[in-house]
Design a protein around this ligand. Structure first.
Ligand SMILES: N[C@@H](CCC(=O)N[C@@H](CS)C(=O)NCC(=O)O)C(=O)O
Length: 206
């Protein structure tokens, strides 16, 4: 059985949603990032990057990096229709995932959540967090325009929406206002049974 390493309410929530959308049976392992589980030798043995999410496949191969795991899931379980069938649509899905994971999360939210990785000087932390917040707000404006005429980033639900959902979820928890179409996308996602199930399984009341 596949093994999925997650931290509730983190970027792994997006992959968790995809697993539930497909209807896969898997073993879930909670990684307590604050306690440093990701730095334990037994974890580093299969993921030396010390990050979540990780999906260990049936054949024992460990997959890391949100876009790679999402792409592998979508291509391995095509009946779930997590990627558009055409090359251009597939390319757009990858483009959005990289932007959301690499820029919105990797540059914006990391400045807010892991400020000490940017400076050891507490006097600089407020400015770094403000910069991260501004980066996130600007990114949501770009995403907002893309959502103006559709419910999902590519028209129908795809892996890109699972990525967008977790940063929208973080925005609602850090008092970053979601622009109109992102807020509508977030509500649309909350109507999906798989999303509600994941949030409940991860300990949230929805
Ligand atoms: N680029 C990675 C980013 C993963 C990542 O940064 N995950 C965070 C949690 S959302 C993490 O594992 N942080 C480790 C830590 O805080 O020590 C991906 O796409 O999966």
């Amino acid at each position: 059985m596949m093994k999925f390493y997650l931290t509730p309410g983190s970027c792994s929530t997006g992959i968790h949603i995809l697993l539930e959308e497909i209807g896969l049976v898997f073993e879930a392992y909670i990684v307590n990032l604050l306690a440093g589980d990701q730095h334990k030798p037994e974890y580093l043995a299969f993921n030396p990057k010390a990050t979540i999410p990780v999906l260990i496949r049936d054949d024992g191969v460990a997959l890391t990096e949100f876009p790679a795991i999402a792409y592998w899931l979508a291509k391995s379980y095509p009946k779930a229709k997590l990627l558009p069938a055409d090359l251009d649509g597939e390319t757009r899905a990858i483009e959005w995932m990289h932007y959301i994971v690499g820029t919105v999360h990797g540059q914006g939210f990391t400045r807010i959540f892991t400020t000490d990785k940017y400076s050891q000087n507490p006097a600089e932390h407020a400015a770094i967090q403000a910069q991260g917040r501004e980066m996130v707000i600007q990114s949501f404006e770009i995403i907002n325009k893309a959502l103006a005429d559709k419910k999902y980033l590519l028209g129908t639900f795809s892996v890109a929406d699972a990525a967008l959902f977790y940063v929208e979820f973080w925005a609602t928890r850090t008092e970053i206002p979601l622009p109109e179409h992102c807020a509508a996308h977030y509500q649309q996602m909350l109507k999906r049974p798989a999303v509600l199930q994941v949030l409940r399984e991860e300990g949230y009341r929805y």
